[in-house]
Design a protein around this ligand. Structure first.
Ligand code: FCB
Length: 465
């Protein structure tokens, strides 16, 4: 619906939130009985993270959660997406709970509750207990079983305070960046381990869904990173068509199809598919059990064009689909964020429309969307992140248009509430709507926080000019 001033309205009851993840914000890496995670190990090994940064202190959210909850309330947010650190709750990934870890999450949930902020809790945002990694991690089936036990413990202890559960964050990134390419923990460069992790992550999701339901949890679903695949230029239509299908299978289908249809995608290359020996009878039924919602993280599409991988031109990269005569490409006409990621809000609209067609009736949440930019505090003590304001504005407009066009979008979470530990980039990339001075831990809401707060309070996005 459009207001008289031309603003696009969101439906009543639309959920407005901000997102973070445990390893990226909590710090307190060894406090109160927390066990080591694969990200502790990985970030402490030289050469893995820019500038040798680690999550040891991060935003110190472990101690500053009350201040952060009050800040979210002042921005008018009604939801907060954060993740639980598995080894805070089960230090070695199995066995009895660490009561102090649960106490922290109860206190955080209560602080949110006092401000009327509903909790969306991710069970796994990449910080596997190191002891489970030592036994094979996601490349082995047992980790999926351990994950379901942890999900049950978490839901029993915290379920009365949680509005919405997300089993996994972006299993594609875990398998690809962590196991195939090695620039995330656990740092493996092993195709077989990546394909196995793909399956065991999804199995863990399915088993955790059942455990959450058995514990009487509220809504439950999963978050995927999803990337519309676009073909640009002309020439070589057959190759490009195949390349699009294969790329879509690799970046989206290997997760989306088992979840929604109970099968692995026909176009996925063999070296990306979990070997059939790993896929036991009944696994795909477990994985495809109904979701209450699907969380989509959207940053940018993947573009393909005809080209020669052995003779790459400007803005071209080898294509992961490995179809001869095709390259991945970053159109020079699109803006880029400080990550080098392309800015394409129409991709968010298209993604939401495609999902609504693939899973009619399934509520969707944008569980992450945002950008890194070169933020700094100006002499007036302010952070004028005009790029991020424009980014959020155009993407919120795209989301509103998708709703108008029939997408069942129920909520939006900006990534991120705070500048934080951006994985292999350490603290060099700032994604927050709130600036964090990592020396003092001072929080400074940026111009984008004010812009976002205005959208949230009006439940509408002003016209783009
Ligand atoms: C996503 C991650 C999130 C953050 C953003 C920028 O892939 O889920 O933790 O790093 O990217």
């Amino acid at each position: 619906m459009t207001t008289t001033e031309g603003a696009l309205r969101f439906p009543d009851g639309f959920t407005w939130g901000a997102a973070t993840a445990a390893y990226q914000v909590e710090g307190a890496a060894t406090a109160d009985g927390k066990g080591p995670t694969i990200w502790d190990t990985f970030s402490h090994a030289p050469g893995n993270v820019r500038n040798g940064d680690t999550g040891d202190i991060a935003c110190d959210a472990y101690h500053r959660y009350r201040e952060d909850a009050a800040m979210m309330a002042s921005l008018g947010l009604d939801a907060y997406r954060f993740s639980l650190s598995w080894p805070r709750i089960q230090p070695g990934g199995r066995g009895p709970v660490n009561a102090k870890g649960l106490d922290y999450y109860r206190a955080l949930l209560d602080a949110l509750g006092e401000h009327g902020i509903a909790a969306t809790v991710t069970l796994y945002h990449w910080d596997l207990p190191q002891e489970l990694q030592d036994e094979g991690g996601w490349a082995v089936r047992d980790t999926a079983l351990r994950f379901a036990e942890y999900a049950a413990l978490a839901a029993e202890a915290l379920g009365d305070r949680v509005a919405r559960w997300i089993t996994l964050n972006e299993p594609q990134v875990v398998a690809t960046n962590g196991h195939r390419e090695g620039h995330h923990a656990p740092g493996l460069r092993d195709e077989a381990a990546a394909a196995a992790a793909n399956h065991h992550l999804l199995l863990g999701h399915g088993l955790a869904m059942a455990a959450l339901r058995a514990a009487g949890a509220a809504e439950a679903g999963i978050t995927l990173d999803l990337h519309p695949v676009r073909v640009v230029g002309d020439g070589y239509p057959e190759g490009l068509d195949r390349a699009r299908l294969v790329t879509d299978a690799i970046v989206n289908g290997l997760y989306l199809e088992p979840l929604l249809r109970g099968s692995y995608p026909a176009y996925a290359p063999d070296d990306w598919l979990p070997p059939s020996a790993l896929v036991k009878d009944g696994d795909l039924d477990t994985i495809s059990a109904p979701l209450d919602f699907l969380g989509a993280n959207y940053y940018c599409p993947v573009f393909l064009r005809a080209g020669d991988p052995a003779d790459l031109r400007k803005n071209e990269e080898p294509a992961r689909c490995a179809v001869p005569g095709v390259v991945e490409y970053r159109p020079g006409s699109l803006e880029r964020t400080a990550m080098g990621w392309l800015v394409d809000p129409s991709g968010l609209h298209d993604l939401l429309m495609d999902l609504s067609k693939e899973a009619p009736g399934l509520p969707l949440y944008v569980t992450e969307n945002g950008c890194a930019s070169e933020d700094y505090v100006n002499p007036d003590g302010e952070v004028n992140d005009a790029d991020r304001v424009r980014f959020l504005h155009s993407h919120l407009e795209a989301a509103a248009r998708a709703i108008q066009d029939g997408a069942r979008l129920a909520g939006y979470f900006v990534w991120s509430l705070l500048d934080n530990f951006e994985w292999a980039w350490g603290y060099s990339k700032r994604f927050g709507i709130v600036f964090v001075d990592f020396e003092t831990q001072r929080r400074i809401p940026k111009a984008s926080a004010r812009f976002y707060s205005g959208v949230v309070k009006a439940n509408a996005v002003p016209p783009l000019r």
